[in-house]
Design a protein around this ligand. Structure first.
Ligand code: NDP
Length: 329
């Protein structure tokens, strides 16, 4: 079978040379173990951070080791009574076609009418991140103005739609006109294409003349600076990600207007979704309902084949995805 290993640590934007497709032989199944064939794997921006050798909230990848990440697979051989052949499982052993595992790192997927890939996106970690940021970090309320950056991505597209369901006015920023049109079709009130706008600050002021109550931060840099300038007094910022900085080779200077935090008495809170996982059941129940009612629409961008997983991953930093970026194996 095949795995993808980290071949070298990226400097700046990752490239194909940082990855290596490797042929591997699987061990025989022992009692209690299963053989899993992966069907879908996720590529996520946070994986870029794990390619750097540093201490963080999650351990770095090691050169020469198989990469890891969220994936959905099917049990195709079993020596475990609780995991019959045919069971669909979610786990962190992405970036490989097959693997042998004990039951412990595998979670059987619940019976659902949705495609299993939804559990890597809208019903999985990214959807849960959007829900957590708005409900548990920023406490968005009806009638407020929400600004979402990277608004058409996996997290952003759910954050925008949840914002509308929660009764907010939603402003999104994206990197193409096509993405902007797609967001407007989802009901987002105002969309900014940050690549064709020469003054993000002014564009935001125009889109939200009343000011921003909640900023769902996915990007950092200029987006954070523009948001700070346009926040209302006592506004809240849920700091989810800063993708504009993940490939930086030198530390980027912070926004020059951080004093806005004081002047506007802002509440800025970072979060990692896994710290909130005890609420995952509540989230999936609500999300399942919204999907069934057609209140949340799902967009995915799919690359085919394990060999194309590095391109899918690199594509995240080039804006190649609408909705969740996935690899179908
Ligand atoms: P996305 O699906 O949003 O994919 C990344 C998108 O970011 C791209 O499509 C691109 O869209 C945009 N982007 C890339 N580079 C830049 C840039 N330099 N400036 C502005 N936009 C850029 O990824 P996710 O939804 O998975 O993740 C979104 C954010 O949430 C990331 O920052 C990620 O790290 C964070 N995250 C945090 C979690 C947590 O627990 N805190 C959990 C999950 C994700 P465009 O064409 O619009 O530029």
């Amino acid at each position: 079978t095949q795995n993808i290993h980290l071949h070298s640590r990226p400097e700046g934007l990752p490239s194909a040379e940082n990855f290596k497709l490797v042929e591997v032989t699987l061990p025989e199944l022992k009692e209690g173990e299963v053989l899993v064939e992966n069907l879908w794997m996720s590529v996520d921006p946070y994986m870029r951070g794990r390619m750097i050798d540093r201490k963080s909230y999650i351990a770095p990848f090691q050169i020469g080791d198989v990469l890891e990440g969220g994936a959905i697979g099917k049990v195709i051989e079993s020596k475990n009574d609780n995991l019959a052949v045919g069971t669909l499982v979610t786990h962190m052993m992405g970036w490989r076609k097959h693997f042998v595992s004990s039951a412990e790192p595998l979670t059987a997927l619940p019976q659902t009418p949705y495609d299993p890939s939804y559990f890597l996106g809208v019903m999985g970690m990214p959807g849960m991140t959007a829900w957590t940021g708005l409900n548990r970090i920023a406490n968005l309320k009806a009638g407020e103005t929400l600004f979402v950056s990277a608004a058409s991505g996996a997290v952003g597209s759910v954050a925008c739609q949840l914002g509308k369901l929660m009764g907010a006015k939603v402003v999104g920023s994206v990197g193409s006109d096509e993405k902007a049109d797609a967001l407007r079709a989802l009901g987002v009130d105002e969309v900014i294409n940050y690549k064709t706008t020469d003054d993000l600050n002014a564009a935001l002021a125009q889109a939200a003349p009343e000011g921003i109550d909640v900023y769902f931060e996915n990007v950092g840099g200029e987006h954070l600076e523009a948001a700070l300038n346009n926040m209302k007094d006592y506004g809240r910022i849920a700091v989810c990600g800063m993708i504009a900085q993940y490939n930086d080779t030198k530390p980027t200077p912070g926004p020059a207007n951080l004093a806005q935090i004081i002047i506007k008495k802002l509440n800025i809170e970072g979060f990692i979704v896994f710290d909130h996982w005890e609420h995952y059941g509540e989230f999936t129940q609500q999300m399942g309902q919204w999907l069934a009612e057609g209140k949340i629409k799902v967009e995915q961008t799919v690359f085919e084949g394990l060999e194309n997983a590095p391109d899918a991953f690199i594509g995240l930093f080039e804006g190649k995805n609408k909705g969740k970026m996935l690899v179908k194996l």
